[in-house]
Design a protein around this ligand. Structure first.
Ligand code: NAP
Length: 296
């Protein structure tokens, strides 16, 4: 079976292609820079150059592909990311449909839709809707923060914890979230290929524990052998916390700001179909953190 992984040079895609190779799949990767991709990726992977924002560059990319993973976002580019991500998904859906791809598997974000949903989480949901217009079967996964070395969102947590022993924070530290370890995410994504019942389904995935961001930071600190004091205050607005996190972490602001805006939204699994269709022992938060820190 031939698998196309877009976003293979990124965080989730990088772990996924390693896992797919270990399970003897033929893997093709799409990147906007073939030379950099070849340097970075295992030599068994066929690297194709193409840009989903430039449909003319996608010729032949989907040829003989059975399953294509969509693991792309344009967060780092600034305010226009919503429009760009919709256009990128539409170009991908059109090209994959035209080539007769059988299945597409997407990983987006958890979070209840509504007027309060942050632009980043709303955009992840819009991409899901656009991908659903293709003629293949779409399996759409939704996850909260993924814990692993190289995850932009987990890196923000790790840097805040390692640089600040005392934090005065806005109320968002109390928002519930359901972090998931990267090994569990790759297992879900790969097993979806092997599980026909997941065709056409939307699957919410999360780790075994629901935690507030405060608990996540405290437990990350404990795993790193540090003590952390968090004092949530009602007067600190989310806008101020954006500037404050900019000062403490070195995550580029075009990535950190949309992620921080989403901290007000609860991101918890409400639909348990994934656990039914793809039962697995999920990694406890502390173990996933320990592994991520060791890998860094
Ligand atoms: N990280 C998390 O905690 C998390 C949590 C929940 C869901 N997710 C979802 O997981 C997916 C992957 O996220 P990630 O954190 O792995 O992202 P990432 O590390 O930032 O990687 C993004 C990838 O997108 C590719 N890309 C961007 N624009 C492209 C374009 N125009 N054409 C082709 N490729 C393009 C890049 O490839 P090149 O630069 O090589 O072209 C890169 O490999 C996203 O859908 C995200 O919403 C992530």
């Amino acid at each position: 079976m031939s698998i196309l992984v877009t976003g293979a040079t990124g965080f989730v895609g990088g772990y996924l292609v390693t896992d797919l190779l270990e399970h003897d799949y033929d893997v093709r990767a799409l990147t906007r820079d073939r030379e950099a991709g070849q340097e970075r990726l295992d030599s068994r992977i066929e690297v194709r150059e193409g840009d989903v924002l430039e449909p003319d560059t996608l010729g032949g990319v989907f040829e003989d592909v059975d399953v294509a993973f969509y693991l792309i976002h344009s967060l780092g580019i600034g305010d226009e990311f919503e429009e760009r991500d919709k256009r990128a998904a539409q170009n991908f859906a059109d090209a994959a449909s035209e080539a007769g791809v059988d299945r597409v598997i997407y990983l987006g974000g958890l979070g209840e839709t509504g007027p309060d949903l942050s632009p980043h989480l709303r955009s992840r949901r819009e991409v899901e809707e656009v991908l659903r217009t293709g003629s293949y079967d779409l399996t759409s996964f939704r996850a909260a923060i993924i814990v692993g070395a190289g995850s932009a969102s987990f890196e923000m947590v790790r840097q805040m914890v390692s640089r600040l022993p005392v934090m005065i924070t806005p109320q968002w530290v109390r928002t519930p979230s359901q972090p998931i370890g990267i090994d569990d995410v790759t297992e879900y994504l790969r097993r979806a290929i092997e599980t026909p019942e997941t065709r056409g389904e939307t699957l919410e995935i999360g780790g075994p524990e629901v935690l507030s961001y405060q608990e996540m930071m405290e437990r990350t600190a404990a795993t790193m052998g540090q003590r952390l004091y968090i004092i949530p205050v009602p007067v600190l607005s989310p806008k101020i916390s954006v500037y404050w996190i900019d000062l403490v972490t070195d995550t580029p602001k075009h990535i950190s700001h949309p992620l921080i805006e989403g901290l007000k939204n609860p991101v918890v699994v409400r639909d348990h179909l994934a656990e039914e269709l793809l039962p697995m022992e999920r990694t406890p938060f502390d173990d996933a953190v320990e592994k991520a820190i060791a890998a860094e």
